[in-house]
Design a protein around this ligand. Structure first.
Ligand SMILES: NC(=O)c1ccc[n+]([C@@H]2O[C@H](COP(=O)([O-])OP(=O)(O)OC[C@H]3O[C@@H](n4cnc5c(N)ncnc54)[C@H](O)[C@@H]3O)[C@@H](O)[C@H]2O)c1
Length: 349
């Protein structure tokens, strides 16, 4: 069987999710992996049978005969590698968020379009069964016209203080707000028109991490729907799950509630704590990663092969990033901000 060849840039925690998932697809071969930290790249290469290890992604792009690249660098470092991959004519799977500045978003869209490569952003909650079912119910008209919503996607402090070395270069809005904004935008089926956000800081700064604690944001959509979105990085570490993810969508004839954390499907309790292990994102069943974290990556591969559109278009992902930029501006100025969308480019979803 002719295998689809791919490379990975960024061999961190999420890089391993890509390496593992791709290595479990029989018609894919990961031929190269690159990380500035060579020993980390070597570790994943050894674990997942990847032959070539690099510390310079441009060298990898020049030497490797891969057709696609998974970009799994920190939030603020997606742009240059994406542009270099596009210039090397590689299709790209970019981790969320698409990018964190307007300049980066524009340059990435331009490079993707000019090089005629395909790009998907890993906004993987669209593959999460509760959100997928909610989308279908809304499309079926089960709750009538959507009028409003509430979405909360929070993390425990641990993610900002211990898990991510670069949390001060990002924020809860980029790290998780990109997911919640994409999910609710998908359900509401409209673009965000205007945002008003209030933020608070201090808890994480006192813990030595120079980033904002939380954002409470009102989103007004072009179709008239209004949504309240909460993103916080200061959930107590004793919470039963790392994430706290709740969503409500209210329609003229019904309502949908989603709770993907603190569920009752399995709870494990010891002398000090109860945990509700993840059963949706990346549980291991029969030694394979089976949840929506790997299904989005599998879907990227399937759509590369059959040529059909990706479930998340690059235009939608860049719009989500542009809406987050408006939220940051609103939180900084205390004023409502209209989202400034890019007018052209990148239909290669
Ligand atoms: N889809 C999801 O739900 C999900 C989950 C976790 C993380 N992520 C995203 O994945 C990305 C990576 O997160 P992570 O948790 O793996 O971070 P991480 O810090 O564990 O790993 C990032 C790696 O990228 C490497 N790197 C940085 N610049 C590089 C460059 N120019 N070339 C090669 N390697 C480079 C670093 O050395 C590091 O090993 C982030 O954008 C994050 O938001 C997505």
């Amino acid at each position: 069987m002719q295998k689809l060849k791919g490379c990975i840039i960024g061999a961190g925690k999420q890089g391993e999710v890509h390496a593992r998932t791709l290595s479990e697809i029989p018609y894919v071969e990961v031929v190269g992996i690159c990380d500035l930290n060579k020993s980390r790249a070597e570790e994943l290469a050894h674990k997942y049978g990847i032959k070539e290890v690099y510390t310079d992604h441009n060298e990898m792009l020049a030497k490797s005969d891969c057709e696609f690249v998974a970009i799994v660098t920190p939030d603020h470092l997606h742009a240059q590698v994406t542009i270099d991959c596009a210039n090397a004519k590689k299709h790209v799977l970019i981790e969320k968020p698409f990018a964190t500045t307007r300049e980066d978003i524009h340059a990435m869209l331009e490079a993707i379009e000019r090089n005629n490569v395909r790009a998907m952003v890993d906004l993987h909650n669209r593959w999460s069964p509760p959100f997928s079912l909610a989308k279908r119910a809304i499309e079926n008209g089960d709750i009538g016209e959507v009028h409003s919503g509430y979405i909360r996607l929070n993390d425990t402090k641990y993610v900002a203080t211990d898990m991510l070395a670069w949390s001060a270069n990002s924020s809860i809005l980029w790290f998780l707000g990109s997911h919640s904004l994409d999910a609710i935008t998908w359900l509401v089926n409209s673009r965000v028109e205007k945002v008003y956000s209030v933020s608070r800081e201090g808890v994480l700064k006192n813990l030595g991490v120079d980033t904002v604690d939380m954002y409470q944001t009102t989103l007004e959509f072009e179709n008239g729907a209004i949504v309240q979105m909460e993103n916080s990085w200061i959930t107590p570490n004793g919470n039963t799950a790392i994430i706290d993810f709740k969503c409500n969508v209210l329609g003229a004839e019904g309502m949908i509630n989603v709770n993907t954390s603190s569920h009752d499907l399995i709870q494990i309790t010891n002398e000090t704590k109860t945990v509700t292990p993840d059963i949706l994102a990346k549980p291991i069943v029969e030694d394979k990663m089976v949840g929506f974290s790997s299904n989005s990556i599998r879907s990227f591969i399937d759509r590369l092969i059959d040529g059909k559109p990706f479930l998340v278009s690059v235009q939608e992902a860049s719009n989500t990033a542009l809406a987050i930029i408006a939220i940051l501006e609103s939180a900084n100025t205390g004023k409502a901000v209209k989202v400034q969308y890019e007018h052209s480019l990148a239909s290669k979803g």
